[in-house]
Design a protein around this ligand. Structure first.
Ligand code: DI6
Ligand code: FE
Length: 388
């Protein structure tokens, strides 16, 4: 079992007591309090148990796919060139606008199931491929519907500030005022949004525009997070930190000023090696600086049709270790404890009394195996809210 203190918080020959959907006791089996000893018990066969995994950054609801753009890039075009040519995010916008709620749910379900099969029990899903009020809402409703169809907690982030739609080309401020902000109000009124996200980048929204969006989030009492410093350094992470952001995500071009601002604000660094890998980025996020400043690091898939068509969180752990030099222990904390924090969820991500009994049971001898293997899924079973 993986609890808190030791490396990985590993407790050999452990017992864990669950009451309802909560963990009520965890420790060495020999220390099990006498009043617990008589409870009906179930052996997990000496297997490794961790908190169920949390994928804290995905775009798993979207229409269509971008295999054709993948081919373009292999023929020499860069991600930014594809985006400027009207491809990229905007081609997914076209496909998503054309998709019904049922279509969006049906196409996302196999991707969600792939995540669950790897022990995921909490997943964040973003809007951001609608860029009009109706489609942004439809994406968020689809995400919520997925959460009703499966044993998983779905957290939704409003990402209306993901790209500028063609009819607002060159008029990002007008898009924010006329579409994005009204859509956010509508999503909030409908109760389908847990956080507000944005893409702060030369090909998307400026820091000043993100700041305006975050001011609205603050009025609505919604926490914020930000795609920051993915392709260039605009100071997005420091901006996010100033607004008390739950997380700043990507961060390849983050500098030490940004790292320090995140550390001071307690903002989680979500690193997304799938996008780094897919875009063949060469600048890695400043992991050593993040570590040195004590910024908690989370790891996620960024599961999206363009820059990270990857549904495997276990693979993201491996890539975070091999490409970014996270230790396997950091990678595991990145998909459990720190991922929970990146979503503002204090009730999960660790094995401790009082927390949700969301567990993953693995056919592994040691937790390092989770980040070590490539393309192999050692999950034995998921236990979600105490239920097998
Ligand atoms: N950065 C990303 O990596 C994704 N969104 C973003 O802001 C990419 C989305 C896409 O290419 O469809
Ligand atoms: Fe993303």
């Amino acid at each position: 079992m993986c609890g808190e203190d030791q490396p990985y918080g590993l407790v050999p020959d452990a017992a864990l007591v669950i009451d309802g959907d909560r963990i009520v006791w965890i420790g060495p089996r020999d220390d099990l309090p006498a009043d617990r000893a008589g409870l009906p018990d179930r052996s997990l066969g000496g297997r490794l148990v961790t908190p169920a995994l949390i994928d804290c950054h995905t775009h798993l609801v979207h229409g269509g796919n971008r295999a054709a753009e993948f081919e373009m890039r292999l023929n020499g075009a860069s991600y930014e060139e594809v985006a400027r040519a009207g491809g990229g995010i905007l081609s997914t916008v076209t496909a998503t606008r054309a998709a019904s709620l049922d279509d969006l749910v049906a196409s996302a379900l196999p991707r969600l199931d792939a995540a669950l099969a790897e022990g995921v029990a909490t997943v964040e899903v973003k809007s951001g491929y609608g860029l009009d009020l109706e489609t942004e809402l439809r994406m968020l409703r689809a995400a919520r519907r997925l959460g009703e169809m499966r044993d998983v907690t779905v957290r939704t982030s409003f990402l209306g500030a993901h790209a500028i739609p063609p009819d607002y080309k060159g008029r990002a401020d007008a898009y924010l005022d006329e579409v994005c902000v009204p859509a956010l109000y509508a999503a909030h009124a409908e109760g389908v949004v847990d956080a507000v996200d944005g893409f702060c980048e030369g090909i998307a929204f400026s820091p000043a525009q993100i700041e305006r969006l975050f001011a609205v989030a603050s009025v609505l009492g919604l926490p914020v997070k930000l795609h920051a410093e993915q392709l260039s350094n605009l100071g997005g992470a420091a901006l996010a930190a100033r607004h008390g952001a739950l997380s700043a995500d990507h961060l390849e071009y983050l500098d030490e000023t940004g790292v320090a601002a995140m550390a001071a604000a307690g903002t989680v660094a979500v690193i997304l090696p799938g996008a780094y890998y897919t875009l063949r980025e060469t600048q890695a996020p400043p992991v050593a600086l993040l570590r040195q400043h004590g910024v908690p690091m989370a790891v996620a898939t960024d599961m999206n049709p363009g820059s990270s068509p990857m549904s495997s969180l276990l693979l993201a752990m491996n890539m975070a270790s091999t490409l970014f030099r996270l230790t396997p222990e950091e990678a595991l904390a990145g998909v459990t404890r720190n991922a929970a924090r990146a979503l503002g969820l204090a009730d999960r991500g660790q094995l401790a009394p009082g927390l949700r009994a969301d567990l993953a049971v693995w056919d592994c001898d040691h937790p390092a195996e989770l980040a070590y293997r490539i393309g192999f899924n050692p999950l034995h079973q998921r236990i979600v809210g105490g239920a097998l």
